[in-house]
Design a binder for this molecule. Structure first.
Ligand code: BES
Ligand code: ZN
Ligand code: MN
Length: 501
């Protein structure tokens, strides 16, 4: 797909569809009036008819009259004061998705006044719209179906219309948006693929391919070496399945090398290729969703590729502990005591609290490899989805300045987080009769306790992103297909790129 920038007026664009964001109620005094006039009054007619209310993501297709575009697509952006980076990103995706099933080879998007409402101005809006269109073109059914009816169109050309802009700078912003969007889509496909397709070994092979494509170092640790290293929690989860576990380690830059901010950043992602719960087996209802319990791993694997494409050589470590959590004669039993990589004796009271076990060892291992700053991302709890729903990711961290640095990257990425406290007073509730601690305490405060558990397995600044509610959508939204949505990928990319030289 070719990316083009037009710094002239929207009526100069030639494209199959010209998309027009409408901020607030349509106002035909400014350039929208001129577009309306050239379209023979189509926009005003759509507004009068009720097709163009200005409600966010409501999108109306109309005739383009004398304009050189084939059709118009007017789309509500919502009230001016509520527009954010997240909304601009979603707007790009909603435009592309509204065109699903239509014959569209070229799409032009006019920026309108969007840039007045987000920090970063026109370049940011261009980047986010392109990223949105790329992500909006994602069709999960295309993974296993040879042809999909009503898929979003595969565009030959995407044109951004920013009157008076700097074409070269905007071209770079558009390219950045494309690469971040493609990375999110890679993460989505890895996460969406079925468990009979993506085992820990297959996930490791995907990581090796990505390493080869991007000149990254890769180390895949098999159970024998994991045992020699002492990764007792990781192995305890993996042992119940015939598909053996793999600790996947990807690195860009040199071993232990510090980035421009003096960090050796590690991103760690939960890679449970299927979570049945193990012996503490889950109820059948919606268990099929647990193929997406590898979303964190998919996210960090895709993020290190995106960083390598945008700023090759940037120091970054990505670790994805990959396992299948299954019941069977070899499975870990509730009450089994295992020795974690950091030496703690852990009482596995619930085998369904497996994510924290594999992540704990992965965090310790990241520090052994020289990480100075840690972020993990995981579909860790159902509790976070009850608390925050599908649009806000729960985030934990310590010390606070590191948490704030990760949130600054989240702001740039246009992603929403809410901080969950690490309540020290609850730590005694995780005491074990026999070991140093248990992996799952009582249900009260279970979300907080999931973070408290992870905190025991690192010594360096650390943030934990629980995407259990946000990682995948159960129903399609105007801006995303159902299934994995790539959440947190852009946050991790922005965080790593902050240290690029
Ligand atoms: N992968 C699940 C969490 C999850 C559930 C994510 C549903 C998305 C949708 C995780 O491994 C899990 O089973 N967590 C338990 C923890 C409990 C046993 C302490 C949970 O949330 O119920
Ligand atoms: Zn899980
Ligand atoms: Mn589980």
């Amino acid at each position: 797909m070719q990316l083009s920038i037009i710094t002239g007026q929207p009526w100069q664009a030639t494209a199959d569809v010209l998309a027009l964001p409408i901020i607030g109620k349509p106002d035909f005094d400014g350039p929208l009036g001129e577009l309306n006039r050239r379209a023979g009054g189509e926009l005003a007619a759509l507004a009068a008819f009720g097709e163009l209310s200005g409600e966010r993501y409501q999108a109306a297709l109309g005739a383009a009259g004398d304009l050189s575009a084939g059709r118009l697509l007017a789309i509500g952006a919502g009230e001016a004061e509520t527009i954010s980076r997240e909304i601009v990103h979603h707007l790009g995706a909603a435009i592309e998705r509204r065109l699903a099933g239509r014959t569209v080879h070229s799409l032009a998007i006019w920026l309108g006044d969007l840039a007045e409402h987000v920090e970063g101005g026109v370049a940011t809006v261009v980047e986010l719209l392109v990223r949105g269109v790329i992500e909006g073109s994602y069709e999960p059914k295309a993974i296993y179906l040879a042809s999909v009816e009503s898929a979003p169109p595969a565009l030959d050309e995407l044109i951004l219309i920013a009157p008076g802009g700097d074409a070269a700078a905007l071209g770079r912003a558009a390219e950045r948006g494309r690469i971040i969007g493609e990375g999110a889509n890679l993460a989505r496909t890895l996460a969406n693929r079925a468990s009979n397709d993506v085992s820990p070994i297959v996930l490791a092979e995907a990581a090796q391919d990505i390493a080869a494509r991007n000149g990254l170092s890769v180390d895949v640790i098999e159970p024998k070496r994991a045992a020699e290293l002492g990764m007792g929690m990781f192995l305890a989860v993996g042992r119940g399945s015939d598909n053996p576990p793999r600790m996947i380690v990807l690195r860009s830059g040199g071993a232990g090398e510090l980035d421009g901010l003096g960090r050796h950043l590690a991103i760690v992602g939960k890679g449970v290729c299927f979570d049945s719960g193990g012996i503490s087996i889950k109820p059948a209802d919606r268990m099929e969703e647990m193929k997406m319990d590898k979303t964190g791993a998919a996210t960090v694997i895709a993020a290190i590729e995106t960083v390598a494409r945008l700023a090759p050589g940037t120091p970054l470590l990505a670790i994805a502990p990959a396992v299948e959590n299954m019941p069977g004669p070899h499975s870990t039993r509730p009450g089994d005591i295992v020795r974690a990589l950091n030496g703690k004796q852990v009482d596995i009271t619930n085998t369904d609290a497996e994510g924290r076990l594999i992540l704990g060892d992965a965090l310790t291992y990241a520090e052994q490899l020289g990480a100075t700053h840690l972020v993990d991302v995981a579909t860790l709890t159902g509790a976070v989805s009850r608390a925050l729903g599908h649009l806000v990711t729960g985030a934990f961290g310590t010390p606070q300045p590191w948490y704030d640095a990760v949130m600054a990257a989240g702001d740039l990425a246009g992603e929403r987080y809410w901080q969950i406290p690490l309540v020290d007073d609850y730590v005694p509730e995780m005491d074990s009769w026999y070991g140093d601690l248990q992996n799952s305490g009582s249900a009260e405060g279970s979300l907080v306790k999931s973070g408290l558990f992870l905190r025991e397995f690192r010594t360096k600044p650390w943030v934990h992103l629980d995407i259990g509610g946000t990682g995948y959508f159960r129903k399609p939204l105007p801006f995303a297909a159902r299934g994995s949505n790539g959440v947190s990928h852009a946050t991790l990319v922005e965080l790593a790129l902050a240290g690029a030289r």
